[in-house]
Design a protein around this ligand. Sequence first.
Ligand code: FES
Length: 104
Amino acid sequence: MTDKPWRDVIAVNELETNWVTRVEVGRKTIAVYDTPNGIYASLALCTHAGADLCDGYFDDHVIECPLHQGAFDVRDGKPVAAPATRPLQVLEVRVRDGMVQIRV
Ligand code: FES
């Protein structure tokens, strides 16, 4: 748990359905993932070599990196396909009044 404040980042109805949406928050690029089971978010930088995961392929709850096809489970950030070995930094997400909020 963190004491960082919640911030509105995007309206729920602006998310790409069942896909990843890029959101800029300050100087950070955040990937927001719409899934059948909820909304998740992570830093957009791949932990392997820094590619932008918002340009990757998203399926259900796995984001595949566009550069070397490493993949991560967006629910907990775990790498699920090589060459990714370090977890993705996932962010706390909630929905309030139709807005996706994250702690950053
Ligand atoms: S930069 Fe993402 S797998 Fe290499």
